[in-house]
Each structure stands twice: as C-alpha cells, then as structure tokens.
Design a protein around this ligand. Structure first.
Ligand code: MN
Length: 503
C-alpha cells in the first residue's frame, strides 16, 4: 500500500483572546509553535502536524475551520486553548466544521513554578479552565470528538495523538474509497446485507456492482508473461506443494490462480477500487473461486469481504489504512468453529480460503485442495497458522436505523497441536473477558460471523473511528459485565430511536 499518511496534514490550532494584551499573545503563539513542532517530531507521529496562527476572534475561527474543510491535505485538527477563549466565538466555526478534530487538553509548563508563580503566569497558563469553556461548547453543540488529556511532552499523550492521527487519516481516505462487488450477497444471508445509500452518506465510501463477466474478460486479457512472473514470485515467497511446482500435476491450476490475480489487480487499479467482494455463488467465467489472489491482494492493503460482504470489505480497508506502515497483521475473518475445552476454550477463525497472510506466523504453504461448494475447479490457497498475541475482532452491522461497530478484544494463541488435515489458513484465540461472557455479548449485540481481525489497531482507535462516523460502538473487553452490557444494548436501542441520534 502506498503510504496513506505522507500527503496529509493535521492542523494544530490554538485558541486565545485579547484580554491580556499583545505580549501574552506573542508568548501563546511561541508556545503553540514549540508544542506543534515537538508533536510533529515524535517518530511515531504518522501525519505531519502543522501549526496554524493563534485564533482570537470568531472570524478567524470560522476561517480556519472553513479552510480545513476545503483543503484536501487536511485530515483533521487539534484544538487547544492556551489561555481562556470565550467559546461563543467558536459556535459558527464548529457548527460548520466537517473534518474530525481532537481536543488536546494540555498545558505549556508541566510543573507549577511554586516559588515564582504570580497572576501573570496564571493568566497565561490557564488551559485548565480555557479548555473547559471549549469543552462546554462542543458538548452543548452535540459534537462528537476525542479529548486527549496529558502533558504534550509525555510519551503516552504523544502516542495517543499519533494513534488518533492514524484514524483521522484513514477516515480521510475511507471517505473517498470505491468498493466494487462482483455479484450480489450470498443468497438468504441476513447480516451481510445493508443500506448502501446510507453507508455512502455516513462513511463516504461507494459500493457498486460489476458483473463477474466484466472481471472474467479482464482476466482473459492477462498475458502469459504476467502469469509466468507471478508463478515465479509464488515460488520465491511460499512453500509450493509438490503438485503446484514446475512439472507438477497441478501446475496449470497455479497458473490459473496467477491469471486471476493479475486480472483482478488490473481491474481494481483501472477502476480506482481499493476494496472488493466476490461470492462463490457467482463465478461465471472464472475457473476457480479466487483464494490465493484475494489473500495476496489483502496483503497489499486491499479491503475484502467474502459472499458479497461489502461492510467488512470497507472495515478491512479502513483498518489496514489505520495500521499502515506498522501492520502486524490484519485480515478478513470468520468465527468458524470452537475448542470447548473447560480449561481454555478457544475460537478457531478461518474462511473457506480468504485469510490475509499478513497474520501468518511463518512462511505460508501454497496448496491446492478441493472446495465442496461453488462447483468450480480446485482453488489454490495459502495455508498457515496465525501468530499469537493480543488482537481484536471488529464487526460492522446495519441495525436498520443505524450502523453498529462491535469490537471484541481477544488473545491469539499458537495452536495446541498441528492441524495437518485442515486445508485453509486459521488462527485460534481466547475471548475476553471469558468464553461465555464474550460470546454471549457478541451474539446479543448481533455481531456478524464475518469480522476484521487485527493485531495492529486498538479499541480506542476504533472508538475514535466510530465517533468520526457518528455511529454506535460497543466494546467487549476484559471489563465486560454481561448485565451492564445488556443494559447498554437496551439503552442504545432507545437512544438511537430518539430523533437526533442515528439516522
Ligand atoms: Mn463467510
């Protein structure tokens, strides 16, 4: 994936006023520049932080908010009130602002200068109440935003800003994402359905269909040279099963997979698509259900959802954008089967083929096996175990009057024993807070069987994403209590039924 952060900026905007004369305002400006430069210099900060002139009047605030909305490079803003900034000045600017912002609640000096503090110092360093005034107006106007509290030199504060910047940048790109679906959703499946018009209105991404024949045509146009080059790349990157090697009984099947991959990639590039879906029920003109090709395109950063699941194609793309540059693994996933052992019950996640090798614990094995459904030739796929470590599953569902993002924190483990007969990629994980509570909560919340599984993005980032989109977010983690969770579902059902929340 091309670096999604390099062309973007986060604007650092400091609020103040004229009550204390020009001297303090010059100090405010110097401090703002110093803080913005220090935050920008943080090596984990993915998006450039640009310091904007201090704003002190409603006209200036309106102008900077308007400029942010217009500037295609601006992914979001950081607001900070160094001194008091009477917040009626912010109403017009904030009411029009469409870009996401976070409120950085910090102070220039970390420690109180006990022996020298006087009224001048207090008047200059008063974000403790200036930021409360700003917070009031945001809440009064009903604006969702992140509030990051801490000293700007503190590594935790900087880390939270960097993490938020990743979400803002990914959100910026998601709003322009084009998703193509080859064929419709799998027949009769409920959870993969949804309102594509509403999705485009809420998230900005578009979802449009192409007949599978359009893709088949592009696959037919792939040259033998492209196929040969890809087969050589497979040979270098994976352990090829003997049948798929040069002269092997299924060498032609590997070439078919390569032709599908080249055609699919070209179709996506030529159409400007960065996420896609397919379905085993609609493969006319394709010899195999795309397995290896989909796995490799996901590893390149494309979003993918199987069986027409465009919501998870979008979510996989969004999370891959957020994780870009430090992705420890992010994949389309399905809760498949259980290990219901009393000591440590586990979920085995997999799909019929399409798991991203970015989550692989070791060099994947490239294999060919029959596929019982779809009625096509045996598909080539990468087989591997997922790596151990903390991870999460995220699911996006359409509740009819709103979108719900569900986040479930898990711990992935190495498989207890080898799985020599399982012909697909898989990963096993332990649910938080425990098997019974975690799965009860997931099912009560209507979480899908499809998810985006990732080691690289945390729950706080997905909550920020939900705030930017203005959608519901439910979290299942170590602290989840089922009775409280049931109440949250009940209260949200009522809250989103009221005008002004949800659609
Ligand atoms: Mn599925």
């Amino acid at each position: 994936m091309k670096n999604p952060f390099e062309s973007l900026e986060i604007w650092f905007v400091t609020g103040s006023q004229h009550l204390y004369g020009p001297g303090p305002l010059q100090e405010v400006s110097a401090h703002a520049q110093e803080i913005a430069a220090a935050l920008d210099a943080n090596e984990d900060q993915p998006v450039r932080i640009v310091c904007k002139p201090v704003v002190t009047r409603p006209e200036e605030i309106r102008a900077v908010c308007g400029d942010a909305d217009q500037d295609p490079a601006c992914a979001g803003l950081i607001f900070w009130m160094h001194t008091f900034s009477p917040a009626k000045m912010w109403i017009s600017g904030l009411n029009h602002l469409k870009k996401p912002f976070c409120h950085l609640h910090t102070q220039y000096g970390a420690a109180l200068p006990w022996s020298s503090i006087d009224m001048d110092y207090m008047n200059l360093h008063q974000s403790a109440h200036g930021d409360r005034e700003f917070g009031f107006i945001c809440t009064r106007l009903g604006i969702e935003r992140d509030v990051i509290v801490g000293h700007w030199q503190d590594q935790t504060t900087r880390g939270r800003l960097a993490a938020w910047s990743r979400v803002a940048a990914a959100w910026h790109h998601l709003r322009q994402t084009k998703i193509v679906r080859f064929g419709d959703n799998m027949r009769q499946v409920a959870v993969t359905e949804g309102d594509k018009v509403e999705a485009e209105s809420v998230f900005g991404f578009s979802v449009n269909t192409h007949g599978i024949g359009d893709l088949a045509e592009r696959i037919d146009a792939v040259t033998p040279q492209e196929v040969a080059a890809l087969c050589e790349e497979y040979n270098q990157s994976y352990t090829l099963a003997p049948a798929l090697q040069k002269g092997g009984a299924s060498e032609v099947s590997l070439q078919t997979a390569a032709r599908i991959e080249a055609g699919l990639r070209a179709f996506l590039e030529e159409g400007g698509f960065t996420a896609f879906t397919d379905t085993f029920e609609d493969l006319h003109g394709l010899e195999q259900l795309p397995g290896l090709p989909v796995q490799r395109l996901m590893a390149e950063g494309y979003g993918f959802g199987a069986e027409g699941d465009w919501k998870h194609a979008a979510l996989v793309r969004m999370i891959k954008l957020m994780a870009s540059g430090h992705d420890r693994g992010t994949s389309f996933m399905e809760d498949y089967t259980y290990h219901m052992s009393p000591e440590r019950p586990l979920v085995l996640g997999a799909h019929m083929l399409e798991i991203c090798p970015s989550i692989a614990d070791a060099k994947p094995s490239c294999e060919i096996h029959p596929l019982g459904i779809g009625g096509k030739a045996d598909p080539v796929r990468l087989v591997f175990d997922g790596k151990p470590g903390p991870a999460l599953n995220a699911s996006l569902v359409d509740m009819g009057n709103r979108f719900r993002l569900l986040v479930h924190e898990v711990t992935a483990h190495a498989p207890a024993e080898p799985l020599p007969k399982l012909p697909v990629a898989r990963v096993v994980w332990e649910s938080k807070p425990d098997f019974e509570t975690g799965l009860s909560a997931w099912i009560l919340a209507g979480g899908a069987h499809h998810t985006c599984f990732t080691y690289s993005v945390n729950t706080a980032q997905l909550e920020s994403f939900a705030r930017m989109a203005g959608i519901e977010c439910l979290v299942i983690d170590a602290k989840t209590d089922l009775r409280a969770f049931r109440n949250e579902l009940r209260w949200n059902h009522t809250a989103y039924g009221l005008q002004g929340l949800g659609r």
